[in-house]
Design a protein around this ligand. Structure first.
Ligand SMILES: CC(C)(COP(=O)(O)OP(=O)(O)OC[C@H]1O[C@@H](n2cnc3c(N)ncnc32)[C@H](O)[C@@H]1OP(=O)(O)O)[C@@H](O)C(=O)NCCC(=O)NCCS
Length: 241
């Protein structure tokens, strides 16, 4: 029994760590306390949702995200080229299973060179300021560490105050060059905590996603039943006339 209690409290502790992820996000923990935000690793099947999320971005947001005013065609090519095996792509979904925030951690590993990763993120305009951008960043940091990638960088436009704030709060070195800013972050070595936390975070994200899928299926089923009932009622009225 004490083994089970031990496991339960270890799992709860890992759950708490999921919010904290790394020691630099204590402030965020206060902001999101009591609200576990499920972050789901995205797969090829999510491409339609990824496209929908990116198409919905304004031209200015596309400029901030990609460094140029990406057209729908650019977005098509970007999504077609996503490397789900090599990189990590994460999403935060609403109950309709639409992506409201996503992040892309591009991992670069080359023979004879220190591995590094580049982080990019977008949050739907209406969902900003809730800490999603920072949470996705911390999720990416945890994965990079566990992949033994200890250098992460973010390319942002100097006007992009929220992105620079996220990177600065994480302890990144910020180098500003006119309208462009590069943020470099050295990550701590991976440890048991980072590995257990990632495992728990993944399970939580996947479970939450499948619950939302079931709920969506159920509501679609109810809508179909309602449609059939309306059809039958309508047919009865017509037959009675
Ligand atoms: C950058 C972006 C991802 C931030 O997402 P978000 O979910 O709103 O960010 P968060 O809620 O985690 O907030 C991050 C921090 O920025 C701060 N912030 C938000 N808006 C700000 C502003 N206009 N000026 C200064 N700081 C700001 C927040 O207060 C928060 O800091 P805090 O934790 O100390 O309170 C979002 O604005 C976005 O999608 N922009 C378009 C795409 C983009 O710029 N991507 C980044 C380039 S890769």
């Amino acid at each position: 029994m004490s083994f089970i209690f031990g496991r339960v409290s270890a799992t709860l502790e890992s759950g708490k760590n999921m919010l904290r992820f790394t020691e630099f996000s204590k402030v965020l923990l206060d902001k999101t306390e009591g609200a576990l935000v499920p972050i789901t690793p995205l797969r090829r099947e999510h491409k339609p949702q990824i496209l929908k999320h990116l198409y919905a971005m304004s031209m200015h947001d596309r400029y901030l995200r990609f460094g140029y005013t990406a057209t729908d065609g650019h977005i098509d090519r970007y999504v077609a080229g996503l490397k789900f095996q090599r990189d990590e792509i994460y999403g935060i979904f609403n109950s309709a299973l639409e992506i409201i925030a996503m992040a892309h951690l591009a991992i670069m590993k080359e023979e004879g060179r220190q591995a590094s990763a580049e982080f990019g993120v977008s949050v739907s305009a209406y969902a900003r300021g809730r800490g999603y951008g920072a949470l996705l960043f911390q999720r990416a940091v945890m994965h990079a560490r566990n992949e033994e990638v200890y250098q992460m960088f973010i390319h942002a436009l100097s006007e992009n105050a929220p992105m620079i704030r996220i990177a600065r709060k994480a302890g990144a070195k910020i180098e500003r060059d006119g309208s462009e800013t590069e943020a470099f972050l050295s990550l701590p070595r991976r440890d048991l905590d980072s590995r257990v936390s990632e495992f728990v975070a993944d399970q939580y994200g996947k479970t939450n996603y499948s619950i939302k899928e079931d709920a969506k299926r159920f509501w679609n089923f109810l809508a179909k039943v309602q449609e059939i009932r309306t059809g039958v009622r309508h047919a009865r009225h017509q037959a009675a006339e």
